[in-house]
Design a protein around this ligand. Structure first.
Ligand SMILES: [Zn+2]
Length: 65
């Protein structure tokens, strides 16, 4: 699982760049509502507040929606 910065309003970009620098094809990428399973360690290190756990991440997601 990787983290991707929220996209600005507009069409989905042809390629999603993760926080760790990987490139993902949106057509084969599943968007999750929260943190499940083992996240990419490099991405995880880029999101300090994610260390609070799934509840904290879900709370942050709702706030940004
Ligand atoms: Zn990653």
């Amino acid at each position: 699982m990787h983290f991707v910065a929220p996209a600005a309003h507009g069409p989905t970009p042809p390629v999603l760049e993760t926080l760790c620098g990987d490139l993902l094809d949106p057509a084969v990428t599943e968007v999750l509502d929260g943190i499940t399973g083992m996240p990419c360690v490099r991405c995880f290190a880029c999101v300090p507040h994610a260390a609070a756990g799934p509840a904290g991440a879900a709370r942050d997601r709702r706030r940004s929606a």
